[in-house]
Ligand binder design. Structure first.
Ligand SMILES: C[S@@+](CC[C@H](N)C(=O)[O-])C[C@H]1O[C@@H](n2cnc3c(N)ncnc32)[C@H](O)[C@@H]1O
Length: 188
């Protein structure tokens, strides 16, 4: 008799999918509130990535603000909520973008879903251009959701994932940093 043992990837994907595609809808409003609170930090030029975009809520806010060059990536993006915005189906631990592609990367309430957030963090840093802005938000402590794989005990735990980042003031998020280098603002 063959007894199949679920691989970690099976378990991971099924838990993420169960949480977000079967019996739960994700509130768009709180994600939009968060994006609005930080919209002034977003560069006016260059591409902006939302890592773990889900309903593309942040992208919708950026579009309202005149920031048109945005792309979201998610294991299970909901592209029906804000039609017309660009989204990629994918894993933030291995993204299909060249190095230094983005003038800004946003990642809200997603790193805690990833079993190896250091891998996702390295990948976000890789695709962020020198001078680019990274805004990360998420829970401190255990939110208790079944689709959470990582608990961040403090804001410093988020900060520690990006040791080269230079603090940026004025964000409503656990972390807002700049990648050292020339300021973002040119087309990437
Ligand atoms: C709590 S939702 C947050 C969505 C959105 N950022 C927001 O603020 O509303 C977490 C999202 O992370 C996505 N996710 C989890 N692990 C992922 C991964 N490895 N790569 C891409 N997306 C992932 C899930 O599919 C889900 O859409």
């Amino acid at each position: 008799m063959i007894t199949a043992t679920k691989s970690p990837l099976d378990e991971y994907l099924s838990r993420q999918r169960a949480m977000y595609t079967e019996d739960r809808t994700l509130p768009d409003g709180t994600a939009q509130d968060s994006a609005r609170a930080n919209v002034d930090l977003m560069p006016r030029d260059g591409w902006i990535l939302d890592a773990g975009c889900r309903c593309q809520s942040a992208q919708a806010v950026w579009a309202e603000a005149g920031l048109a060059r945005t792309v979201g990536i998610d294991l299970f993006p909901r592209i029906d909520v804000h039609p017309g915005l660009l989204a990629v189906v994918g894993d933030i631990r291995r993204m299909p973008f060249p190095d230094s592609s983005f003038a800004a990367v946003n990642c809200r309430d997603t790193l805690e879903h990833v079993p190896d957030p250091d891998v996702a963090a390295s990948e976000m840093w890789r695709v962020l251009a020198p001078g680019g802005i990274l805004v990360v938000d998420g829970p401190v402590g255990d939110g208790g959701y079944p689709a959470h794989y990582t608990v961040f005990g403090s804001e410093d735990d988020y900060r520690g994932l990006f040791p080269e980042g230079e603090p940026v003031a004025g964000a409503t998020a656990v972390l807002a940093i700049r990648k050292p280098g020339p300021p973002a603002g040119r087309s990437t």
